[in-house]
Design a protein around this ligand. Structure first.
Ligand SMILES: [Zn+2]
Length: 404
């Protein structure tokens, strides 16, 4: 048994803090959480004065198979699956080095995310626990079609969904609206599917007890995803052809339904704001803040892997994304909750991870300082445990992001 003692322990639940606390871990499982001494003395004690121990961070939206820099459609033919898998492994290593112990990969090709997920679980590769959506379901030539999940009508949609589930997908991803990075695809403010078609995806996922993540920028796409009963709405940016136009009535409906929204607030916000203009980015972020005011259950997720106008969104910029939430007026305790317990719940793994509680998986981090006081202290990683295994024996080889 290992006992990790620190100046404070954040359990992840609504800002709960145990001063001078400790977490006891046996193998891959947390066996107790409480004040100093509560676990007894029968274990190896790691004492971390001046530190905070908290649940490992959860990134609810990543793309390990994007390389944050090259046109993905071109790369599809230029890069072998073998090479891509190695790069995904390196992205996974960077992600865990930023304190992320669970990541939901919302789209990639060739079921490589499943191979990487399983390799990490076997200890063959270093990374967070991965929840893999595999091929996103999209229309022929639609957003991210090159990942192999094209389907135009309900039978085809069910077929792709079932194939993904047969391969071992942990969730399904559906592109309800167009997007920004697929040449020739419908733009973000155009719908690709209607409510009935999305409901078919939700039905198929439910047969295996899985949830659906819906990519939705356009108002009608957000509404359809909500009506179809998806688990999480991704982006939810209220985009029109002429920019962001927040819809308070729609946000109220989302809040009332309890549907989670991952607004993909990322660490390259400021650089993209410089590139594309303050007006657009400020409107987007004020929409995120307005959803919070409306009571929408927001979660942290970075969409890492994409690049826009030469600005790459790297996998290790997770904390920089949390700092953007802080800039938008979110409190630090709330941000920690969005990044841990609430994101885990949204991704369907809240019973397993996301909080420090006896019986949960030993996914935790220790940072110097106090993230409730200064969210940037989440960068000061001393320890990362994934299923009770330290990412390195001598402390974390933190890949300091180029961002923030
Ligand atoms: Zn994405």
């Amino acid at each position: 048994m290992q006992i990790i003692r620190a100046e404070r322990v954040l359990t992840g639940r609504s800002g709960e803090v145990i001063a001078d606390g400790e977490v006891a871990v046996d193998g891959d499982t947390i066996v107790s959480v409480g004040p100093r001494g509560s676990a007894g003395d029968a274990g190896d004690v790691l004492d971390l004065p001046g530190h905070t121990v908290l649940p490992g961070l959860v990134d609810a939206h990543v793309h390990l198979g994007f390389d944050a820099g090259v046109d993905p459609v071109t790369r599809r033919s230029a890069e072998s699956d073998r090479h891509l898998l190695l790069r995904m492994a390196e992205n996974a290593r960077k992600l865990v080095s930023a304190g992320v112990t669970t990541a939901r990969d919302l789209g990639g090709r060739g079921f490589l995310d499943l191979a990487l997920r399983d390799a990490i679980e076997e200890g063959l590769a270093v990374g967070p626990h991965i929840l893999a959506a595999t091929r996103p379901i999209t229309i022929t030539g639609g957003h991210c079609w090159y990942m192999g999940g094209e389907a135009d009508d309900e039978p085809a949609i069910r077929r792709v969904a079932r194939e993904n589930l047969r391969a071992g997908a942990d969730c399904l991803k559906v592109m309800v609206s167009g997007g920004q990075m697929t040449p020739g695809a419908p733009p973000s403010w155009v719908c690709q599917y209607d409510t009935e078609q999305i409901r078919a995806v939700v039905d198929e996922a439910a047969t295996r007890g899985k949830g659906v993540a819906a990519h939705a920028h356009a108002h009608a796409a957000i509404r359809s995803a909500l009506e179809a009963g998806v688990a999480t709405i991704e982006h939810c940016s209220f985009l029109t052809a002429s920019g962001h136009r927040y819809d308070a009535e729609l946000a109220d409906l989302i809040a009332a339904s309890g549907t989670y929204v991952c607004p993909t607030v990322h660490g390259v916000f400021w650089r993209l704001r410089d590139t594309f203009g303050a007006e657009m980015f400020d409107a987007w972020l004020s929409g995120v803040a307005a959803m919070r005011e409306a009571g929408v259950r927001l979660i942290a997720g970075t969409d890492s892997g994409f690049a826009a106008a030469g600005v790459a969104n790297p996998t290790d910029a997770y904390v920089a994304g949390l700092e953007v939430f802080a800039h938008a007026g979110f409190g630090n305790a709330e941000i920690v909750e969005m990044a841990t317990v609430r994101a885990a719940d949204a991704c369907g793994v809240g019973a397993v991870t996301g909080a420090l509680e006896a019986g949960k998986r030993a996914d935790l981090i220790a940072v110097r300082g106090d993230p409730l006081d200064r969210i940037a202290d989440l960068r000061n990683l001393t320890l990362v445990l994934v299923s009770g295994r330290a990412v390195t024996q001598t402390g974390v080889d933190t890949v300091t992001s180029s961002v923030g």
